[in-house]
Design a protein around this ligand. Structure first.
Ligand code: NDP
Length: 319
């Protein structure tokens, strides 16, 4: 396989990866960044971002990620389309296979692979994916204009997806498995003010009905046991995310959910020269601004690590 030797590799292209690329390129590390399966990350499938400082009027997620990318390119970051498909972290260097056919040997690796939407695991969920089942209202909501849809979840994502769909659809049912929502008060208030949104409390999905297209959703009230059918053509799952860290699990310390563990107050992992930032290592805050913050930290940590390594090598040469 063709091999390329570089100083600093960044895997992933959300706010963490792009921020790491901005800092690493300004520090002269000539970073190469592989964008992964979804260039720009999760923000490219969101609507307006209203809580990122510096955008007083809010900004579209995809637009914001284009700005991040542009800024990283401005300082010379080498941004490429491609997937890290395997890794080998050793004390003598780190090898990362790209698209199963190209190897990057990097002295420092910054992991910013983010997280992906979780699914319920219902029979038919996979079969009907793209045929009524979706995890992204912004991507697919358009196809359900004027129709009745269901959103599952009770966090900010569910509230945001349901509010977005309410603008397009005739009716939006939100299935909440407990008797309260986890979403922030402001998002809940916004959701509850929408006249075509109905929240079904203590409600879980038991079945997705439909062979080639979703036709209805069977639900159960987990307090009363009452079962009912919702006639809906769209089913949007918004129940949180899992970190995209599978390929690193042989080498890196992780928690039970797969979030990479870093040394407190830094982005150092248990492997020297490998740093983790953004949602791949954060199961608490998961915000664009915190991801960007840890991306900055990862580039600074990588810079220090590489400088120390160079210094040690020079000292060894002298002695
Ligand atoms: P969360 O983990 O916050 O919420 C997931 C929700 O899904 C919970 O309410 C949970 O229910 C529910 N859920 C989980 N599994 C199931 C299941 N099997 N069946 C039914 N319901 C289930 O994830 P989010 O993606 O909503 O948010 C992640 C982070 O991103 C949060 O910090 C959030 O604040 C942030 N965010 C911010 C936004 C913004 O500010 N614009 C927009 C979107 C997200 P339960 O409560 O019962 O556990």
């Amino acid at each position: 396989m063709d091999t390329e030797k570089i100083e600093c590799l960044i895997i992933g292209s959300g706010p963490a990866g792009y921020t790491a690329a901005i800092y690493a390129s300004r520090a002269g590390l000539k970073p190469v960044l592989y964008q992964g399966p979804q260039p720009g990350g999760q923000l490219t499938i969101t609507t307006d971002v209203e809580n990122y400082p510096g955008y007083p009027d809010g900004i579209g997620g995809p637009e914001m990620m284009m700005d991040f990318e542009k800024q990283a390119r401005r300082f010379g970051a080498d941004i490429r389309y491609g997937l890290a498909t395997a890794v080998e972290f050793t004390p003598n260097g780190h090898k990362i296979t790209i698209d199963e056919k190209y190897v990057i040997e990097a002295e420092a690796v910054i992991i910013s692979t983010g997280a992906s939407a979780k699914w319920l695991g219902l029979p038919g969920e996979e079969r009907l994916n793209g045929k009524g089942v979706s995890a992204c209202a912004v991507c697919d909501g358009f196809f359900f204009r004027g129709q009745d849809v269901v959103v599952v979840g009770a966090g900010d994502t569910a509230a945001e997806e349901a509010s977005y769909l309410a603008k397009l659809c005739r009716k939006v049912y939100v299935l909440v498995r407990r008797d309260e929502m986890r979403a922030s008060k402001i998002m809940q208030k916004r959701l509850m003010s929408l006249t075509n949104v109905e929240i079904l409390w203590n409600t879980e999905t038991t079945e997705l009905v439909g062979e080639n297209e979703l036709e209805a959703v069977q639900v159960i009230n987990n307090v009363t046991g009452a079962e009912s059918t919702i006639q809906a053509t769209g089913f949007f799952v918004a129940i949180g995310h899992k970190p995209n860290t599978e390929i690193f699990k042989e080498y890196l310390d992780m928690d039970a959910s797969g979030y990479i563990q870093t040394v407190k107050g830094s982005t150092y992992t248990n492997v020297p020269g490998v740093f983790a930032c953004g949602d791949a290592q954060d199961n608490i805050y998961r915000q664009a601004v915190t991801a960007a913050g840890t991306g900055c930290m990862a580039a600074l940590d990588a810079e220090r690590y590489l400088a120390e390594k160079t210094m040690m090598a020079e000292e060894q040469e002298i002695s």
